[in-house]
Write a protein that binds this ligand. Sequence first.
Ligand code: MG
Length: 308
Amino acid sequence: MCGTCGCADGGGQGGGGPRITGFTRPPGHPHGGHGHEHDHAGHGHDGHDHAGHDHGGHGHTRVSGGGLDGDSVMRDSVPAPAVDGVAGDGETITLEQKVLAKNEDLAALNRAWLAERDIVAVNMMSSPGAGKTTLLERTIRVLTGRGRPVAVIEGDQETTLDAERIGGAGGSVVQINTGAGCHLDAEMVRGALTTLAPPAGSLLLVENVGNLVCPALFDLGERSRVVIISVTEGTDKPIKYPHMFAVADLMIINKIDLLPYVDFDPDQCEKHARSVRPNLKTLQVSATTGEGLSGWYDWLDERAHHPG
Ligand code: MG
C-alpha cells in the first residue's frame, strides 16, 4: 500500500496535510450558482485550519475540524519505506493495516451520511491524462441540463485547475490537494463533504488523484467505482495493474476517436480486464466527441436504483 511509497505522510509544498478549497457554492448559498467565486484555502468550513497540523515526532498527524460531525481524528503515519527493501516487515504491515482499518471506519460514516441524503457517490480513478476531467465536464453539462444536480470532489496533488474547469461547466465543486499523497482517503472526503454540502438526491462524482495503484485500496464511502483507461495507454494496463480493475464496477475506455492513430485493441483490453474482474461492465467512449456516452449516462441513472 502507500506506506511503500511514503505518500501517507501527507506533505506537499510547505508541508502540512491535505488542503480543501471550496469553489462554486452549493445550490441555495446566497453567492452560489456561478463559477469560481473565491478561494477558501487556508481556513476551514468552521473557521479552523482544517489542513492538519504537523505534530512531528509524535508519530501521527492530527486533522481537526472539517469532519462531518466536527470531531477530530488521529491518523497514524506510515513509516518511510525501508532502504533495504526487506519485504514482510511486521511493524510496517501492522501500521498499514491500522491505516486501512481507520479508513474503512471513516468510509462507513461517509457511506451512511450519503445514504441518509440519497446521494449517489461514484469514485472515478485512472492514470493521469486518461480524460477524467473532460468526461466530468461533459457529464455535468448533460445531466444538469436534464435537471439532475451534480457535485464534484476534485483530487490532485497540487493546483485548483481541475476544480476551475468543473466550476466552469456548472458543477458545485471542492478541490482537495493531497500534497505528496497519491490518493484520496475517506477522511479527506469527509472534510470535502462538509464544505461542499451536496444537496439531497444529487449525484456526487469524485475525481481521484491520477494513479492506478493506491486509490484502489482506499474506500471513500462511494457507492460505485469507475476506472477509466484511454486508448493512448497500453492495452495490457488491466493485467499490469490488476488491483484497480478488480475493485472497479465499470471500466470506461476513453478517447476512442483516436483509435485510428494508435496501437490499442479495445476488445483485447476488455478481455484483460475481465480476466481480473469477470463480468466487468465496460464502455467505449469519447468524452471529446460524445460518442458512446449515452451508455455512461444510463449507467449513472442505474446507480440510483442499485444501493450498495
Ligand atoms: Mg483531472
